[in-house]
Design a protein around this ligand. Sequence first.
Ligand code: REL
Length: 845
Amino acid sequence: NYTYVRKMIISSVLALAFVCLSIATMAQYGHTYVSLDDEVGGFAISGDHQTAPILIDADDYPGIAAVAGWFANDIKMVTGQSPEILQSEMPGTGQVVLVGTIGKNKWIDQLAAEGKLDVSDLKGQWEKSLTQVVEHPFSGVEKALVLAGSDKRGTIYAMLNLSREMGVSPWYWWADVPVDQHEAVYVRPGRFVTESPKVKYRGIFLNDEEPALGGWVRETFGGFNHNFYEKVFELILRQRGNFLWPAMWGKAFYDDDPENGRLADELGIVVSTSHHEPLGKAHVEWDRYGSGAWDYSKNPKVLTDFWTQGMERMKDYETVVTVGMRGDGDEAMSEGTNIALLEKIVRDQRKIISKVTGKKAEETPQVWALYKEVQDYYDKGMRVPDDVTLLLCDDNWGNVRKLPDLNAQSHPGGFGMYYHFDYVGGPRNYKWINVSQIQRVWEQMNLTYSHGVDRIWVVNVGDLKPMEYPISFFLDMAWEPTRFNAQNLLQHTEDWCAEQFGEKYAKEAARIINLYTKYNHRVTPELLNAKTYSLENYNEFERVRNDYRDLTLDALRLYNFIPNKYKDAFDQLVLFPANACSNLYEMYYAVAKNHQLAAENNPKANHWADVVKACYDRDSLLTVHYNQQIADGKWNHTMDQIRIGYTYWQEPRQRKMPQVKRVDVPVVPNEELVFKEAEGYVSIEAENFQLSQGTEKIRWEVIPGLGKTASGVTTFPQNEYPLENDPVYLEYAINFESTGEFDVQVLVSTTLNFNANKGLRYAISFDGGEEQIININGAYRGELGEWQATRINQTSTKHPIEKAGLHRLRIRVLEPGIVLQKILIDTGGLKPSYLGAPQSKRIKQ
Ligand code: REL
């Protein structure tokens, strides 16, 4: 019938949509051409306990050999076997992984010439790569897996894409993401092309790198040398980035270690320098070697020599040369800066570029950053030659300041964007933890890309860690911005988490990342204080504190479930940021409560003062945990950044606990306190008696924590039986507002009638009047009743109270073993609840 058919069609369409969706999802990080099954025509990277050798051409770019080393190691991590790397001769038999750049690898070129491999769509392209299995490529060789690049980075990406598809996360070293092992790994038959990226230069700026990154680098590598930078280059390449502004807080990339620049170039990293460091000269080099004023109108000769050295040093490297001039350091030039002079500076810098390279200036890529005040010069008419890339900027807070006019003539040098995940400056630094939500990054960078900004995307990532996720997002987006839309962003987070922690935990991990970045984006931890959220209105502060606490609880739960191998990575990428930021919410909320209650002279302020101190201490313990316990202390110093104690934009020298106030609590003896009827009831925790009376042999004692609410009170020794009229009692002072016959419920522990079913009795009375005797368990009530399972025995008696005012309730026990927990007196308004109404207020008599 029609409905049935329609249902069938709908479910098939849904099933198909699901299949397509899963393929699309898997394709995000590849997984399109790697298989764990041996398919017909596929290529065994590893199988039958052997791996195919990797063959590169010794005449290819040297960086190919270096990255082939990483690639071989990746294969070892996945399969447990190390492939041999061959450089000069094609093996005569078997299978081979042939890696190389078109025009640089003779065997790939031969395959192309013989029509066995089509590379026509790669020729002359930027960073494009091809992965293809070729049967019988050369005489005697059974099969080749060709990893070919249109250029050096195309080849590098071909290898690293495959590593990633085999399960080596770009963060395997930088965030201790484990690599799953498989004995056999295959590449499927077919021709797999990775298209060129949409943005030409995609990279990061290591900045504001003290104390965290700096401390860690010095301890781990002995300085910002090529051993450290090799790790940075590797990370960038594994995420298909290609561009770097190196660290410059007291550091000089080229000067600190001459190997830095050489290695970057070898590996295909395009090094540029930040917005106020023209011609490759780090800012501190001026301090180290400069003389005279940083002023071109006064000191042109020295500055020209300084910049010429910079250009000489990097003339053979692939680079994007920073041009222009700002004040000394990250400062504006003096008031009334002369635009004509600035234009002359750029002209003269280009003369240096041309002279040193021996080529026309326009043949060397250059960038002019319209950062801060420089944008004003541009707006006032300052221009640089057409071939220079104009690097537009955000406002340091992730909001783009300027985009190209869509109707203006195109600018041949193109446009770039300098964006921030970390900032040192007003109104307050944010440099501790990840505060960037990808939704806003996407929205702003999509706006940027839609205005034609596609030459350079560079983002300030501070210390690099802990900005792992936004870095991945930024570089993925730079590769293919149009892949993203408002509806699929969370999918990126989930795929990223699947790559780090496996599919099973990805959804929940992604939800936590998504929420903690949303919370941190509302206000940075450095700006958060006791006044940020409203304590009075909408219960706002308590709600946000609770939300963050709930999120942390979820993160901790997942941390417990997740297999041990993921724990270090999960802690760094998910748990720690949530936990540490949530702790600050707890702390500032407690500060707010403390101030509010102290203003009312309420002694509860002291409790919140204790909470503040506990959170403050916990913050430092969390630092110790990250630095010394995660991954056995591999990341020591990474959490050294101070985040508590800011008083203005710059960070404080030392952390400082927020001020709290303590209220003197006058010690009022229990005997002077009375319970006050309110809202139709009186509720008393049994431990708050005004008077306890025993005998020579029998005493009352509170058992702290026993029972459902505060504690339990009972007599000791437990084998001492009072005589029938012994004055063994507790007394409670109560101030009634109303009169009438009141129901008094005594809540006792579920002690059974262990005394041959006779039961246990108490006598209850008001103001020394007549006692009513209650046997709490005399009748046989079955072996197990609900009252035992719900852990309370509730007895009740009625008492006429004829006059408002002070009365004394006495409960006298006639047997040992009665454990009093709570007393509830219904004066007309007591409502049902599982734990009984919270204790009523006590006032001085
Ligand atoms: O965020 C920025 O771009 C600036 O704060 C820095 O680039 C600046 O150069 C700073 O590190 C100090 O020199």
